[in-house]
Design a protein around this ligand. Structure first.
Ligand code: CUA
Length: 193
């Protein structure tokens, strides 16, 4: 800012000159702060755009139903050989597969999911499970359910005219009950029939 923009203090008005100087000083400070904020925005924006997120896992949607992790017989909950519980699911217009998911209480559960057609997402009841499912990408989410019970699991990304009717159920079983069912390594779900 050029000093000529502000009126010069008339002679004999010392206090006015002081206040104009203070005003000018604060104007410079504010300009420096704004410039710093803009620089920070530019720097972080460029940095985020130039680096990939920490973890990107892709999957071929055309082969999804035919081979690999997300074939229908592999969906549902399972106890991995290392003792961890994984839930694999697929979202499509307008349902989740499986429609009913079983998980144990009191131990970490990892959801691995993807979508076949549009962007979907899900939350599980009032737990912290909340993720988007994007075609071509595998979303993962690990959580521990503290209590047994049943939760609704609605799709929370608008995915088309049937969006409101797209939801699944999650049954949280006592740890021992889940473990006895999962011991054989098969894929579990609670879809009736
Ligand atoms: Cu799927 Cu909304």
């Amino acid at each position: 800012m050029s000093p000529t923009l502000l009126p010069a203090a008339p002679p004999g008005h010392g206090s006015e000159a002081a206040s104009i100087a203070a005003e000018r000083r604060w104007a410079y400070i504010v300009i420096v702060i704004i410039a710093l904020l803009i620089l920070m925005m530019v720097f972080t924006g460029l940095r985020w755009a130039s680096m990939p997120p920490s973890r990107v896992e892709t999957v071929d949607i055309k082969r999804l139903h035919v081979e690999g992790e997300f074939v229908e017989s592999n969906l549902g909950s399972t106890m991995e050989p290392d003792g961890k519980v994984t839930v694999r699911l697929i979202a499509q217009q307008y349902s989740f597969v499986p429609q009913c998911i079983v998980v144990p209480a009191g131990m970490p559960v990892t959801f691995r999911g993807t979508a076949t057609d549009a962007i979907h997402g899900f939350i599980v009841g009032r737990t912290n499970v909340n993720t988007m499912l994007i075609p071509g990408f595998v979303a993962t989410f690990t959580t521990t359910f503290s209590r047994t019970g049943e939760h609704l699991m609605p799709c929370h990304e608008y995915c088309g005219t049937g969006h409101e009717a797209m939801w699944a159920r999650v049954q949280v079983l006592p740890t021992a009950e889940f473990l006895s069912k999962a011991r054989g390594g098969e894929r579990l779900n609670c879809v009736p029939g």
